[in-house]
Design a protein around this ligand. Structure first.
Ligand code: FE2
Length: 206
């Protein structure tokens, strides 16, 4: 699924998980997926629908909603829930039970041009993910023609500032605390080694 087709409905629907809740074990437990997807992600979608019901915001795509409300203090609740709804749908697809390993050739070439090697790219992603203070996200993005690693806080995303996300890692505590407690670095390492979906990132290169 590309970055611009995750959600187009005016009433936003919680997208299906692309795998079973136990499929990411042992790196991420079924219990974490049950709560993260079934409570947190669902909560963002439900809250968003309540906030925009009967307003002009109910008529636009999720992506437009995010770009139209970013940085507007009076629209912060809509932005936060819209962006978290999008970020989570994108995060589930950034992971796969068959993840890790080597990226597809075209992506690998771009990674090597930007970072020197796949391992160096993974190291930069791990650094971004572990140094994000508090809640947030680590991202591999396309900025123009170059790949970059960036981090965002809370609900923020590169999408809101016109950049093209390729994959993301959720570093909110709800993503890992049940399985790893305070060991965020261990969660990030497991994601990068076992779950990261390079194929999804390659598709998003467009
Ligand atoms: Fe999350």
């Amino acid at each position: 699924m590309s970055t611009d087709t995750i959600q187009k409905a005016s009433i936003h629907v919680l997208p299906s998980l692309p795998y079973a809740e136990h499929a990411l074990e042992p790196a991420i437990s079924a219990r974490t997926l049950e709560l993260h997807y079934g409570k947190h992600h669902k909560g963002y979608v439900d809250n968003l629908n309540k906030l925009i019901a009967g307003t002009p915001f109910a008529e636009v795509t999720l992506e437009k909603l995010i770009c139209d409300t970013v940085g507007k203090i009076e629209k912060a609740a809509i932005f936060n829930n819209a962006s978290q709804a999008w970020n989570h749908a994108f995060y589930w697809r950034s992971l796969t039970p068959e993840g890790g390993g080597e990226p597809p050739a075209a992506l690998k070439q771009k990674i090597e041009a930007a970072f020197g090697s796949v391992d160096a790219c993974k190291k930069e992603l791990a650094t971004a993910a572990t140094t994000q203070f508090g809640s947030g996200w680590a991202w591999l993005i396309l900025d123009g023609t170059a790949l970059k690693v960036v981090k965002t806080c809370n609900a923020n995303s590169p999408l809101a500032t016109g950049l093209k996300p390729l994959l993301t890692i959720d570093v909110w505590e709800h993503a890992y605390y049940l399985d790893y407690q305070n060991r965020r670095a261990d969660y990030v390492a497991a994601v990068l080694d076992k779950l990261i979906n390079w194929r999804f990132a390659a598709e998003n290169l467009g």
